[in-house]
Each structure stands twice: as structure tokens, then as C-alpha cells.
Design a protein around this ligand. Structure first.
Ligand SMILES: Nc1ncnc2c1ncn2[C@@H]1O[C@H](COP(=O)(O)OP(=O)(O)O)[C@@H](O)[C@H]1O
Ligand SMILES: [Mg+2]
Length: 282
């Protein structure tokens, strides 16, 4: 990262590796949560990139428009009408609300979507379990765009839309988008901030999870719904070379709790692809 800026311009914190904070959609309309989150980000020493979801509000607007939300593999099936709702909610209400709250806490936040500057490119995500419609898998990330923002002390706040080859947007699961970004910018850590303290098995928080164990829990149904792509993505991020992935809530983050992910060898980095490599398809 030291080639990014001249020494006299470099804010001290850009010398450290960035972290990626993915904010889930369940609490993102709760003023108390937002205040606490913004305070947390303001106190971070590492430069941060924020990626957010907005599932609850997308669902609510879908209902008002008479569109029934549908899910396959924990991913929102996205027809044209749903795509319009996703873009309105994520790039509009949710993104700007987060940016306002961060600014109020003194964080120099700038909102953008994955389509802006072609930050995220995507192709249609294929599933064996049904047609997901306009859901994308990230195929490339312009990490440099984010690194330049970080070098200026700006905190990017990213709505997970992506640009398709046809010039139209794709809806990307925010967990997927965050992991692709973390890999592309060589993040030291990715945190999936959600509404549960950790991945639970029979109500018991799991301090860590490996690939095999996670696969079994998904097959058993102990991990279901939105937790499925989150766990798979956390494991994927670690396999791609992000040293650490954590699933937790804000309280867990503040108390260093949550579920930590490692690959089978317990050596995240050794088993990895080069950090700056274009993100692999998944
Ligand atoms: N084993 C599990 N442990 C904890 N939460 C789980 C588990 N399996 C499914 N979930 C569900 O996953 C949800 C989090 O996923 P999701 O709703 O997609 O949140 P986000 O908006 O943060 O992505 C939890 O609120 C919980 O209902
Ligand atoms: Mg989710």
C-alpha cells in the first residue's frame, strides 16, 4: 500500500491494512444501532471499507408493491421489478442513511454503489436449485478505486449492486460483495456484522468453524437462510487469502466475540491465492 501516496500526504492510519465491515440488513434502520455503529467506526485505527445489505427494507417495499419475496439458497430471487426495488432501497435510503450517520460521528464517509466507476463487475449467478434472476456473482473488483479513497482518509460505503457485461445492474448478495472486496484490497480482516452474536448450533455460539463442520451444519439444517451464504462466504474469503473472517453482532465485535473462520489447515494465508489477484468466480 505504500506506493499509493506520497509520504507527506499519507494519513498515519493508511499505513495499516484495511478491514472490510459488512453491515447486515436487519438493524440498519435502528437509530440506536446506527449511532453505536458509527461510533465504533469513528474509533477504528485501521482504514475501513463498509459494505451494507438492506434485506428487511427491500422485503418491506416488495410487499408494498405486491411482489412476494422469494429465496433460493438464502439468496433473493431478483426479477426486473425486484431489481428496481433493490437498487432504490440499497443505493438510496439505506446507503444515504449510513453515510449521514457516519458523517455525524466525524467519519468522512462517501457512499457509492458497486456500479459506480464499475467498482464491481458481475455475471449471472447460476444455482442448481432454481433461477435466481438478476443475481450476480462478482467477477472483478476495481480495488484501486477503494485504496485511493482510503489513502485520502475517506471511508467508502458500498451498496452491493454490480455492473453486468450488458451494462445493466446485478443484485449481489452483500456478503458476496464484501468478500470480493476484501480479497481485492488485501484486507486484514472481514467482519460480517449481523443480528446474532455468533453462528449458533443448538443455541450454542460457535467460537470457530472449519469447512467440513460448516458443510455438515448446512446439510443438517442447523445453519439456514441468510446464514448459509454468510458462512460459505466467510470460509471462501479465508480460502482466498483474507487472514481472518468473523461473524458477529456489534456487541460481539466490541467484545472480540463471534465465530471466527479458518481454513482446514488452520493457516489462512499460506493456503491462499495472491491477495491482489482478481476475485475468483464462485
Ligand atoms: N446457525 C445459525 N446461527 C445463527 N443464526 C442463524 C443460523 N442459521 C440461520 N440463522 C439466521 O441467519 C440470520 C442472519 O442472516 P441474514 O438475515 O441474512 O442477516 P444479514 O442481513 O446480516 O445478512 C439470523 O438472524 C438467523 O435468523
Ligand atoms: Mg443476509
Amino acid at each position: 500500500m505504500d506506493t499509493l501516496h506520497t509520504p507527506q500526504e499519507a494519513p498515519r492510519h493508511t499505513m495499516t491494512q484495511p478491514i472490510v465491515l459488512k453491515i447486515g440488513g436487519n438493524d440498519i434502520d435502528d437509530p440506536q444501532f446506527l449511532r453505536a455503529l458509527a461510533g465504533y467506526v469513528a474509533g477504528l485505527e485501521a482504514p475501513a471499507v463498509i459494505v451494507h445489505g438492506g434485506g428487511k427494507e427491500i422485503g418491506a417495499l416488495q410487499q408494498r408493491m405486491g411482489v412476494e419475496p422469494r429465496w433460493v439458497d438464502g439468496l433473493r430471487v431478483t426479477d426486473e421489478e425486484t431489481l428496481a426495488v433493490v437498487e432504490m432501497v440499497l443505493c438510496g435510503r439505506v446507503n444515504k442513511r449510513l453515510v449521514r450517520q457516519l458523517l455525524a460521528a466525524g467519519v468522512d464517509a462517501e457512499g457509492l454503489s458497486g456500479t459506480d466507476r464499475g467498482l464491481l463487475r458481475a455475471r449471472k449467478l447460476l444455482s442448481e436449485h432454481g433461477d435466481l434472476g438478476r443475481v450476480g456473482r462478482v467477477t472483478a473488483v476495481r480495488g484501486q478505486v477503494l485504496l485511493e479513497m482510503l489513502a485520502r482518509g475517506v471511508v467508502p460505503v458500498i451498496a452491493p449492486l454490480a455492473l453486468g457485461e450488458d451494462g445493466e445492474p446485478f443484485n449481489v448478495n452483500a456478503d458476496h460483495a464484501a468478500a470480493a472486496i476484501a480479497q481485492a484490497i488485501g484486507a486484514a480482516e472481514i467482519v460480517f456484522l449481523t443480528n446474532v452474536r455468533a453462528v449458533l448450533v443448538d443455541g450454542v455460539p460457535q467460537p470457530s468453524l472449519g469447512q467440513r463442520q460448516a458443510e455438515r451444519l448446512i446439510a443438517d439444517g442447523a445453519i439456514f437462510g441468510g446464514m448459509v451464504p454468510k458462512v460459505q462466504t466467510a470460509l471462501h474469503a479465508v480460502a482466498l487469502g483474507v487472514p481472518r473472517a468473523v461473524i458477529t453482532d456489534l456487541d460481539g465485535l466490541q467484545h472480540h466475540a463471534g465465530t471466527v473462520f479458518h481454513n482446514g489447515n488452520g493457516h489462512g494465508q499460506e493456503a491462499s491465492l495472491p491477495l491482489a489477484a482478481p476475485v475468483a468466480a464462485w
